[in-house]
Design a protein around this ligand. Structure first.
Ligand code: AMP
Length: 287
C-alpha cells in the first residue's frame, strides 16, 4: 500500500493503473475509520483492481460553529485499517494541497440537497459536493463507493455525478451497525456512556416505523409522528428531524410505497447523529 499526500502523485498512480487495464475503485472518507468505512473498501476491493481511499477532513462541509477542530483523527490507525482491507493507495492530503487558496468555485446541488440535512446544515452539501467533485476529477474514471448511512448525501452525489457527466459510477453500500443497532459513525466517539445507550433511540425509532409499515400503516404523517415521538421520549436525545420521504427525490411522502425512506436526526450530547432505512425494509434492528 502506498500513502501519498499530493494530487499529482495520486493522479499519476491511477493513470498508470488504468494504463495497465485496471478498474479503479475510490472510497472517499474523513478518516477515523470504522467497520462502516471498511465495508466500502471491501466492496471496492471485490469489484475493482486498484482501490484508493482518501482521508481528508473537509473544512468546506463544516459550518463555523461545527466540530471541524474536534473531529477525531488518527492517520496511523487509519492506514493500518486500509492496509488490512487491501487498499492499494491512501491519499491523505493536507488542507493546503486541496485548497491552496480560497475557493472561488463551488458545486451546489438543488432539490435533493434542500430538505433535512440541507435545512439543518445550509452550507454542508455544497461543501460535500465541491470536495467530491474535486476527488472525482483527481481519481478520473472509476467506481466510487459511498455509504447509505448518509442517504441524502448519496442522492446528492449521484445527482451531481449525473448532472455534470463525471465518468464515475456511484455505488451505494449498506449501513454497518453496532450489535445494538446504532449506525457506526466517527462521531460516536463523542458519546459518553449514558449517551451511547441513549443513541440507540435512532435505530429503535426507525424499527418502530418499519414495524408499523409491516403492520399495514401506509400514512406518511402517522409514521413521521411515530418516529418523532419515539425520539422525543428519550431524554438525552434532542430531535432534529424525522422524515418520511421518497428515497430518490427526498420529497415528503403521503402514502408509503416501496421507494419510501425513513430518515431521522438527533443530537445526543455533543454528537449530531443521523440514521435511515427503507420503510419496507427489514429494519435496523432485524438480524
Ligand atoms: P465519513 O468519513 O463520515 O465522511 O464517511 C465516509 C463514507 O463512509 C461515506 O460514504 C459514509 O456514508 C460511509 N459510512 C459512514 N458510516 C457508515 C456506516 N455505518 N455504514 C456504511 N457506510 C458508512
Amino acid at each position: 500500500m502506498q500513502t501519498v499526500t499530493t494530487i499529482a502523485e495520486a493522479r499519476s498512480l491511477l493513470d498508470a493503473a488504468r494504463a495497465r487495464g485496471d478498474r479503479v475503485g475510490l472510497v472517499p472518507t474523513m478518516g477515523f475509520l470504522h467497520d462502516g468505512h471498511v465495508s466500502l473498501m471491501h466492496a471496492a476491493r471485490r469489484a475493482t483492481d486498484t482501490v484508493i481511499t482518501t482521508i481528508f477532513v473537509n473544512p468546506l462541509q463544516f459550518a463555523p460553529d461545527e466540530d471541524l477542530d474536534a473531529y477525531p483523527r488518527d492517520l496511523d490507525r487509519d492506514r493500518q485499517r486500509c492496509a488490512e482491507a487491501g487498499v492499494d493507495i491512501v491519499l491523505a492530503p493536507p488542507v493546503e494541497e486541496m485548497y491552496p487558496r480560497p475557493m472561488s468555485t463551488t458545486v451546489a446541488v438543488a432539490d435533493v440537497a434542500a430538505p433535512f440535512e440541507g435545512e439543518s446544515r445550509p452550507t454542508h452539501f455544497t461543501g460535500v459536493a465541491t470536495v467530491v467533485a474535486k476527488l472525482f476529477n483527481i481519481a478520473g474514471p472509476c467506481h466510487a463507493y459511498f455509504g447509505e448511512k448518509d442517504w441524502q448525501q448519496l442522492q446528492v452525489i449521484t445527482t451531481m455525478a449525473a448532472d455534470l457527466s463525471f465518468p464515475v459510477t456511484v455505488v451505494g453500500c449498506p449501513i454497518v451497525r453496532e450489535a445494538d443497532g446504532l449506525a457506526m459513525s466517527s462521531r460516536n466517539a463523542y458519546l459518553e456512556p449514558a449517551e451511547r445507550i441513549a443513541a440507540r433511540v435512532l435505530s429503535r425509532a426507525l424499527q418502530a416505523g418499519v414495524d408499523a409499515v409491516a403492520d399495514g400503516q401506509r400514512d406518511g404523517h402517522a409514521i413521521r409522528s411515530l418516529l418523532a415521538a419515539t425520539i422525543a421520549a428519550e431524554g438525552l436525545a434532542e430531535l432534529d428531524y424525522a422524515a418520511v420521504a421518497d428515497g430518490a427525490t427526498l420529497r415528503p411522502v403521503e402514502t408509503i410505497d416501496q421507494q419510501t425512506r425513513l430518515l431521522v436526526s438527533a443530537a445526543v450530547g455533543r454528537a449530531r447523529l443521523i440514521d435511515n432505512c427503507a420503510a419496507h425494509g427489514p429494519g435496523p434492528l432485524s438480524p
